[in-house]
Design a protein around this ligand. Structure first.
Ligand code: NAD
Ligand code: IPM
Ligand code: MN
Length: 369
């Protein structure tokens, strides 16, 4: 059995709490002989800044480059509000994405049947929901230059961020979206703002041309990103795959998270290009949520987004689709039995801790044996 190199970067706030649950699940898969892992652990975000005044060290970047997959918890928090901008905790995550070339961020939003009533929307709006946001992750306004605050002659200041996309960047993310749509309900909705942005015009033209050339069998629609946000809370089931730029994808995926009941439910996979020589791709798996400083250290965090991210690692990095199905099935079983962390429990209802949720999922994994 192949041994997979896994780098764990728990990060800050609830990151280490939810990662702790994944560690037990990884160990369980190892013990059962279902998969074999070689595990390294590193620091990222505020934790890395505290240790060596950098949001990720060169040593940990090297481990990330060498790993078959990185599991990432969350970074950030008020403790680091005043650190220099280039060393803020979030810079560690952005560097990982950029340096590993993780341009494709898959953010599935699935409403587990047992959670239809946990969403802030009516159950009939979210029941059976299964959409996939494909977010471009290494371009756009996150990385465009110039990016600066300049002091002008009159003493006032000007902040600049640059939204920038090239056709190859748009083509490769659209390709991922079309390919994935073919394995699902065969529909892609491309969200941009061509009505106000030049990058939006280029995005729409490029996606349209690629569609005509290689993917005419896939249904394609264009939607303005603001309308897409509205449609997501009006009638999300109209969507299958949504493809969009870095910033719109960040926002639309937080909206989509609430359709599933909680931000604590949404996993994600950040993938690089396939190396033609080895067939492998760099990958980092992370929950969509952040470090949740408001609940950190209280055992309240929902570990399902993190555990679901490990399931995506099993599927996309380790070719272990059956193990991924089993883990996702175990999550569904636990939710079906009524076990809830506070974020997905009915107001006033009993809720379990982060650790109890992790244990319940391991029990359900065993029961599926
Ligand atoms: P957040 O995602 O940390 O929290 C938003 C809300 O969702 C909070 O009320 C929080 O308690 C709740 N929540 C989030 N995850 C949860 C979970 N697993 N279980 C239960 N409830 C959960 O966003 P924020 O408060 O805007 O940001 C806090 C910090 O996290 C900031 O520094 C931000 O930059 C950072 N952040 C990091 C990542 C990441 O590391 N990938 C993602 C988003 C935000
Ligand atoms: C996310 C986060 C990150 C982003 C931050 C922490 C850099 O919000 O992964 O959704 O904006 O991409
Ligand atoms: Mn976000």
């Amino acid at each position: 059995m192949a041994t997979h190199k896994l780098l764990l970067l728990p990060g800050d706030g609830i990151g280490p709490e939810v990662m702790g649950q994944v560690e037990q699940i990884v160990a369980w898969f190892g013990k059962q002989g279902l998969a074999s892992f070689e595990i390294e652990k590193g620091l990222v975000g505020g934790a890395a800044y505290d240790a060596h005044k950098q949001a990720i060290s060169e040593g940990d970047m090297k481990l990330a480059q060498e790993a078959d997959a990185v599991l990432f918890g969350a970074v950030g928090g008020p403790k680091w509000a005043d650190v220099p901008y280039q060393h803020r905790p979030e810079a560690g995550l952005l560097r990982l994405r950029k340096d590993l070339g993780l341009f494709a961020n898959l953010r599935p939003a699935i409403c587990y049947p047992a959670l239809a009533s946990a969403s802030s929307l009516k159950p009939e709006v979210v029941e059976g929901l299964d959409i996939l946001i494909v977010r471009e992750l290494t371009g756009g306004v996150y990385f465009g230059e110039p990016k600066e605050i300049v002091t002008l002659e009159d003493g006032s200041k000007r902040g600049v961020d640059t939204q920038l996309y090239t056709t190859p960047e748009i083509e490769r993310i659209a390709q991922v979206a079309f390919e994935l749509a073919r394995t699902r309900r065969n529909k892609v909705s491309s969200a941009e703002k061509h009505n106000v942005m030049k990058t939006g015009v280029l995005w729409k033209q490029t996606v349209t041309a690629l569609h005509a050339k290689d993917y005419a069998d896939v249904e394609l629609e264009h939607v303005l990103a603001d309308n897409c946000a509205m449609q997501l809370v009006r009638w999300p089931k109209q969507y299958d795959v949504i493809v969009c730029d870095n910033l719109f994808g960040d926002i639309l995926s937080d909206v989509a998270a609430m359709l599933t009941g909680s931000l604590g439910m949404l996993p994600s996979a950040s993938l690089g290009a396939e190396d033609p020589a080895t067939g492998k791709r760099k990958a980092l798996y992370e929950p969509v949520h952040g470090s949740a400083p408001d609940i950190a250290g209280k055992g309240l965090a929902n570990p399902i987004a993190m555990i679901g991210s490990f399931a995506m690692a099993l599927r996309y990095s380790f070719g272990a689709g059956e193990a991924a199905d089993r883990l996702e099935g175990a999550i569904a079983d636990v939710l079906g039995s009524g076990t809830r962390t506070k974020d997905i429990a009915a107001p006033g209802a009993n809720a379990v801790s982060t650790g109890e949720m992790g244990q319940a999922i391991i029990k359900a994994l065993e029961a599926r044996g």
